[in-house]
Design a protein around this ligand. Structure first.
Ligand code: KIV
Ligand code: NA
Length: 265
């Protein structure tokens, strides 16, 4: 299958074809996600939660994101691969941001980067794009700023925050971002942003009137148990499937039922 490009995502928006996006953090899952036909794979800094067990995305490092990015790249043939720049790698100043962006692109071989924020980081985003690296924006709930918000609740419910989000979305498009993620905002606001922008808007908890959807793969497969926001549709119950399989293995070992005659040399 032909490799998905940033240009093709914009064509998909123009045609009205919705874009499917999921996270992956390792080779084995990325191979499955890519093979199933997902258009965009995000090596999210949600790896901090999902893979490392941290409470927030803040602790994950550039080196750790590079490890996840390289692992995913080895498993992908078709999907466009986007890697999240982690907290602290681009907020200090544009120079630092461009340096880290170059490292992440070079060492992972990924197709693009994603950064959280609007006006606050617009100069950095312009310079990263100027240096030849495609950038996906991310507005609404921005988990790298959780210590500023205090909660993971719905963002931009009020007029002031909504107005800023709309301004930021236009700034990101003007800066040359090829797409924008909107996380956990009212569906009506997301619909307005998607209709005003020419670049694709990918939602998570942002309703159906956007150009595509993204979910965390471990959540949509039902591997994670405690996390049940309204926007999360579970397509499988892998927690139960895996627990039952592993329980059966334990029982077989204890009962001397594994390995049997044909499972040895
Ligand atoms: O890190 C992540 O998984 C993300 C998506 C939720 C958009 O940024
Ligand atoms: Na992220």
């Amino acid at each position: 299958a032909r490799k998905v490009t940033t240009h093709r995502l914009i064509e998909m928006k123009q045609r009205g074809e919705k874009i499917s996006m999921l996270t992956s953090y390792d080779y084995t899952i990325a191979q499955i996600v890519d093979g199933a036909g997902v258009d965009v794979i995000l090596v999210g800094d949600s790896a901090s939660n999902v893979m490392a067990g941290n409470v927030t995305t803040l602790p994950i490092t550039v080196d750790q994101m590079i490890y996840h990015g390289k692992s995913v790249m080895r498993g992908v043939k078709r999907a466009l691969v986007v890697v999240d720049m982690p907290f602290g790698s681009y907020q200090a100043d544009p120079f630092d941001g461009v340096r880290n962006a170059i490292r992440m692109m070079k060492e992972t071989g990924a197709d693009a980067l994603k950064l959280e924020g609007g006006e606050e980081v617009i100069d950095t985003i312009r310079r990263i794009i100027g240096a030849g690296m495609p950038v996906m924006g991310h507005l609404g709930l921005m988990p790298q700023s959780i210590n500023k918000y205090g909660t993971y609740g719905v963002r931009a419910k009020g007029e002031e925050e909504a107005e800023k989000l709309i301004r930021d979305a236009h700034l990101l498009e003007e800066a040359g971002c090829f797409a924008l993620v909107l996380e956990k905002i009212p569906a009506e606001l997301a619909a307005r942003v998607a209709s005003e922008l020419t670049i694709p808007v990918i939602g998570i908890g942002a309703g159906g009137a956007v150009d595509g959807q993204v979910l965390v793969v471990a959540d949509m497969l039902g591997m994670t148990k405690g996390f049940s926001p309204r926007f999360l549709r579970r397509y499988a119950d892998l927690h139960t499937v895996m627990t039952d399989a592993i329980g059966q293995y334990v029982a077989d070992v204890k009962a001397c039922d594994f390995p049997n005659e044909s499972e040895q040399y």
